[in-house]
Design a protein around this ligand. Sequence first.
Ligand code: ZN
Length: 258
Amino acid sequence: MEGGAAAGSVSFGVVEGDASQPDSLVLHAMAGHPFGQPQLTGESYRMQDVRLLTPMLPNKIVAVGRNYAAHAAELGNAVPDVPLTFFKPSTAVIGPTESIAYPPFSSDVQHEAELAVVIGRMCREVPLERVPEVIFGYTCANDVTARDVQQREGQWARAKGFDTSCPLGPWIETELDPADLAITCTVNGDLRQAGRTSLMVRSIAELVVHISEAMTLLPGDVILTGTPAGVGPINVGDEVAVSVEGIGTLTNKVISRG
Ligand code: ZN
């Protein structure tokens, strides 16, 4: 696992321990960034003394729409012939201790629990068999969407790109087979979404091939792989939690924009 920051200073770090027993977790601070040959500083902290920031500040987030058939159907859409892709801006990213600020131009903001792929190497035109070489790890994401704005406007830049619309975290799992993981979303503890990554229409490898055919991916870039069925509204005061099996839980409160 990887991600984090420590008292008085901000750094990357390596998280060690059993995520199901939070008291056991220790963060080892890292000098510089985690790509290539990461070096530890020798300083370690108990996780309860650390505030986790977003595990990555991506240059870009490329998101994939309608990659679970049941979700496409619930919004009255067909699965597209080619993957449907869109951007979320870097300014939309927040970490696991920050809040989603409800945008004043929407009255129907919804959660979308997703598995996020973090790119580890600069790459373009990646062949299918070499995709594992360019993936650094995986984290949880919430592709927060102003559904009414998405339906009103032909392009989704505002509906899916407003500030705080891309929670990521709580950390990046670097040793994980993502082929068949449970993915869930709860709102105030009530289960809203429950799917499995094996239900993706296009696999992670196919998505990396498709996206990198068009553009250079940089270390830290993030690909959102689509959401399973069950999307629904979140409101000010709610607490929304995205969990992916083998990674952990990303929890964010919803507040009004100050
Ligand atoms: Zn989505």
